[in-house]
Design a protein around this ligand. Sequence first.
Ligand SMILES: NC(=O)c1ccc[n+]([C@@H]2O[C@H](COP(=O)([O-])OP(=O)(O)OC[C@H]3O[C@@H](n4cnc5c(N)ncnc54)[C@H](OP(=O)(O)O)[C@@H]3O)[C@@H](O)[C@H]2O)c1
Length: 247
Amino acid sequence: MKRHKVMIIGGTSGIGLALAHHYLDAGADVAICGRNPERVDPQFVVRYPLLRLISVNIVDREAVRRATVSFAGDGLDLLIVTAGFYADTKTLERIPDAGMQMLRTNVLGVTYAFEAASEIMCERGHGHLVALASIAGLLREYPGRSLYSSTKCAVIALCDVYRKALAPHGITVSAIIPGYVDTARLRELNEGNAREKPFLCSEADAVMQITRAIERRLARHVFPWQLHWLIRVFNLMPAPLRQLRKK
Ligand SMILES: NC(=O)c1ccc[n+]([C@@H]2O[C@H](COP(=O)([O-])OP(=O)(O)OC[C@H]3O[C@@H](n4cnc5c(N)ncnc54)[C@H](OP(=O)(O)O)[C@@H]3O)[C@@H](O)[C@H]2O)c1
């Protein structure tokens, strides 16, 4: 039987790497893509001899196309984009280019990846595109809203647009909308400890939520539900109160 082909752009660490583990254990052909594939533990590579590691920067449209074609060959079942740039406000203020980098990675990058994969999937009349947004992208607009949440709001909108356009070609598009997930990157942004983040999920819980949503071909999946409800309440508050939100 033909093995399932799964490409994960942003799979060299965190949620993407944990998803790669899941699909490799399930017997899929997996490509892990990122700018720094050497970040993946050599032990992990030895354990899965069929794993492909591909060096690609998602903001380079041609490189994304080449990587997708080279891995897909005669087809691609699932593309998951976990590549994302998130930084605190201090970093954004300190590094002049950081805002642009965030926009290019989180918004243009998803477009380039979807464009390249959907071309291949359309030829075969099947496939599934998935992007990791964030629950921050569901926050209603208010003065002081972060650039990150705006980029993730754009990811949700992009998924909606692609879903409508690609449904007649047999392609499913899912937006995964997580709350806080206890990854090394989140800990790094929180002085080594993210335990104070509300309704923090483990990487294992996130993988379970994401892979179930993919199996069920959900258009959108928001988790954890508790944080989703908090955001709904926050969005109902008057603008002056929403502005008081701690950055
Ligand atoms: N952790 C959370 O609490 C949380 C919550 C909501 C949403 N999310 C979203 O979930 C995704 C994964 O988060 P994470 O915590 O797992 O972060 P992470 O460990 O930093 O993972 C990000 C991945 O993206 C890759 N990447 C970054 N820029 C790239 C680029 N220009 N081209 C190709 N790959 C690139 C990185 O690999 P290289 O360095 O090898 O390029 C890395 O593998 C992000 O989109 C994030 O916004 C995270």
